[in-house]
Design a binder for this molecule. Structure first.
Ligand code: DGJ
Length: 743
């Protein structure tokens, strides 16, 4: 019999703080089996942490009872190391100081500590009997949240250097059955597209090697649907999100065992990491969640935890803004900025953001090929400087924001002329350039570069404390493997040390300037990742603002990220990327489902477009707290090809909701499904009000009341088209309905 049963001593590490005291007593006897139960309100992760044995995972999924735990068996190594049975994929691979390649870890001790935000951290220390390396496997839970984070800390206690060849954050075995993987793929202007497939034998790999941005193409987050074809509101789902800013690797290895073996961590390719004696390598955390309420349930778990603990200022509703990029591109001037500010203020907006093109003295930023790093105002364009713009914003009664790209420079810049040693560059070669034929990436591994980036942002904010918002862009990958700062024997540290430097700098900036709103933009949606968001309030979802394509991209983005962080702008028609002409009502209805803003030249709008936008801004203000802070229920996926898509947001109290419906294709006499709603209180009665209405007559359901039960069972009948004057008809149709509990 396994010794766990001999000593049936169980310690509950509970997010609800039920039994917090006992952990210090853990593992008093090497003979005593230790079962660790890490729980959230409705999930459990159970480990066998018997000293002297491998740490093994007994269960991850729905919450289990002590009675269930007693009978769990078949544990699987929770953090497999490379060397013994080397044919298996491992979470950790070390070349020891003596050249040995085998690591074999067993439990030494268990400790518990208090983290930030009331979190509890359980640390299981593993040791190798042959080598003095220590691996701490950590698990973090938060009161009331359905997330368990896991990460590892590897310490070299050997006499010489060791090399980490692989250093995953976490490993999770998932029992085979009919398991489906949902992941996000994409490219510039087509980010966060969903792909769903059953897991089959072999290795499924999702990885990133950009070096700077990590969510343009694939994403560092996945969902695993355990009960067959993924469903939005039914079935068991495990969600996993790697909280890392840089290159990552998610790998699912399905071989001859009964489990899909899921590994997640920093991508180790070309990144072997050397540790001197006494040094520790800390991996980024992997956030895991489990829901029996389908993909939407797992998304809600990520959103709630993210808003409460990860996203900067996640509880503060965001302002409605106009961004200048698609309105004027690089053609910044004082008069133009003033007129855009007046326009957004007149439509009820709260913030104006001046995008790229405002800086450069010796070299001017008139295009994308010069002046990054020369963060001085181009007084030819802005004679009264930033103060002049801030005064104008004050006059218009709105806030002011500004675009920067601090991690970059151009070969055509004063910064590069003075400090060519600050850029990423391999020995014996001219640096490889990117955007505009001249863009270069600064070497964030270099502390001097970290200082200049900090000092630039710090000076900007100190000199102009009225700046309310920063759009922080990043428009290049690491274009060649070479750091002019790192020594020859540490060149393989570049990808990792670059991100250590970036995050240390962001830490300094946030300590000095906690209140400014900062958007993570990276050629569009290149930085939508939980690794970035502790320092950022939101991310730019895509450079593609085409409302129809946005429905698909925002659907995918919403798998892991809440609407409050997902910037979604009304742009011009024809759209600048797809050239599609979409009526402003539809454009507004899509933007309203995220963090709404505008991205166009208001001067070019028709009076009717202005009116619709003004109404949409006003309506959005009424429901912003529901969209940005509420619970998301995705109802009908655009990917299902049913001709329409629909989702809704509901307050945690379930007393107020916003329902979105968009027609995604148009045919004569088409028959579209009625959409049963979700997440409402079945016994409450909700009154319907259409928002952003353009129809000449109200909807049949306008002002009527329905029980939550009826709405979730039947949904509402929605007309396929809008009732507008004949010449205003288009092939687009969409609805936004507010459902308020009748008092
Ligand atoms: C890329 C961003 O995604 C755009 O929104 C814009 O800010 C440009 N950079 C400016 O160069």
């Amino acid at each position: 019999m396994h010794c766990r049963y001999l000593c049936a001593k169980q310690y509950i590490i509970n997010a609800m703080k039920i039994y917090p005291l006992l952990l210090s007593l853990l593992c008093s006897s090497a003979m005593c089996a230790e079962t660790l139960h890490l729980s959230t309100p409705s999930t459990s992760l159970v480990l066998d942490a018997t000293p002297g044995n491998r740490l093994s995972l007994l269960h991850y999924g729905g919450r289990v009872t002590d009675a269930d735990i007693k009978n769990l068996d078949g544990g699987i190594d929770a953090y497999p190391a490379y060397g013994i049975y080397p044919e298996h994929e491992a979470a950790l691979s070390i070349t020891h100081a003596d050249g040995g390649m085998v690591t074999d870890l067993s439990v030494d001790s268990v400790t518990k500590s208090q983290g930030d935000d009331g979190a509890e951290i359980t640390t299981i220390t593993l040791r190798d009997s042959a080598y003095p390396v220590t691996v701490k496997v950590n698990y973090r839970t938060y009161p009331g949240e359905e997330i368990i984070e896991s990460w590892a800390e590897i310490t070299n206690g050997e006499k010489g250097e060791i090399t980490l060849n692989r250093f995953m954050s976490a490993f999770l075995p998932v029992r085979m059955g009919d398991v489906w993987l949902s992941s996000l793929y994409g490219s510039w202007a087509n980010e966060a597209r969903i792909e769903q497939r059953p897991l089959t034998h072999g290795v499924t790999m999702i990885k990133n090697k950009d070096g700077v941005r990590n969510s343009h193409t694939s994403h560092a987050e996945v969902m695993l649907s355990l009960d067959g074809c993924p469903s939005e509101n039914n079935g068991r789902v495990i969600g996993a999100a790697l909280e890392y800013t840089g290159n990552y690797k998610l790998m699912i290895d399905t071989g001859d065992s009964n489990h899909h073996r899921f590994f997640a961590g920093i991508n180790e390719e070309n990144s072997a990491y050397r540790l001197k004696k006494g040094e520790t390598f800390v991996t980024p955390p992997l956030a895991l969640t489990y829901s029996a309420e389908g993909l939407s349930g797992a998304s809600r778990n990520f959103h709630r935890w993210g808003r409460n603990h990860r996203l900067h200022a996640g509880d503060t509703p965001r302002k409605i803004l106009l961004n200048s990029w698609e309105g004027v591109y690089f053609n910044i001037d004082e008069k133009g900025m003033d007129s855009m500010m007046a326009d957004i203020a007149s439509m009820g907006g709260e913030l104006f953001v001046m995008d790229d093109g405002w800086f450069g003295t010796k070299y001017h930023r008139d295009s994308d090929n010069a002046a990054l790093g020369d963060w001085t105002v181009d007084t030819g364009k802005l004679p009264h400087g930033i103060d002049g713009l801030l005064d104008a914003a004050d006059r218009h009664g709105i806030k002011f924001g500004i675009w920067i790209e601090p991690e970059m420079t151009n070969t055509v810049s004063e910064l590069y002329e003075k400090h060519p040693e600050y850029v990423i560059k391999a020995p014996h070669r001219n640096p490889t350039t990117g955007r505009g034929g001249t863009q270069l990436v600064l070497d964030m591994a270099n502390p001097k570069v970290q200082d200049i980036v900090f000092e630039f942002v710090d000076t900007l904010m100190t000199r102009y404390p009225r700046i309310d918002y920063i759009k922080w862009d990043a428009n290049a990958p690491i274009m060649e493997h070479g750091s002019q700062y790192l020594p020859a024997d540490r060149q393989s540290h570049l990808y990792i040390d670059w991100h250590k430097g970036l995050t240390a700098t962001l830490d300094r900036i946030r300590r000095a300037h906690p209140d400014v709103t900062i958007q993570a933009c990276a050629s569009g949606g290149g930085r939508a990742n939980w690794g970035m968001l502790p320092w950022f309030d939101e991310f730019w979802t895509s450079d593609n603002n085409d409302a129809l394509q946005r429905i698909y991209m925002q659907w995918g983005t919403s798998y892991f990220f809440p609407a409050i962080a997902m910037a979604s702008h009304i742009s011009a028609a024809p759209n600048h990327q797809t050239f599609r002409r979409i009526p402003v009502k539809f454009r507004a209805d899509v933007a309203m489902s995220g963090r709404m803003g505008l991205e166009l030249q208001p001067r070019d709008m028709t009076e009717e477009e202005r009116t619709i936008c003004r109404n949409a801004v006003n309506d959005y203000k009424q429901v912003r707290h529901i969209v940005q802070l509420g619970d998301l229920y995705r109802l009908l996926s655009p990917y299902d090809g049913k001709g329409s898509a629909s989702l809704m947001y509901i307050t945690p109290e379930k007393d107020d909701a916003v329902f979105f419906w968009w027609k995604t294709e148009t045919f004569m006499n088409q028959q579209l499904p009625r959409i049963p709603m979700a997440g409402l209180d079945p016994d409450a009665t909700y009154t319907v009000t259409e928002l952003n209405r353009i129809d000449n007559t109200p909807l049949p359901c306008e002002g009527k009341s329905y029980t939550g039960r009826y709405l979730m069972d039947q949904g509402l009948e929605l007309p396929l088209t809008h009732n507008v004057d004949y010449h205003k008809n288009t092939d687009y149709s969409s609805r936004v309905l507010r459902l308020t509990v009748s008092k």
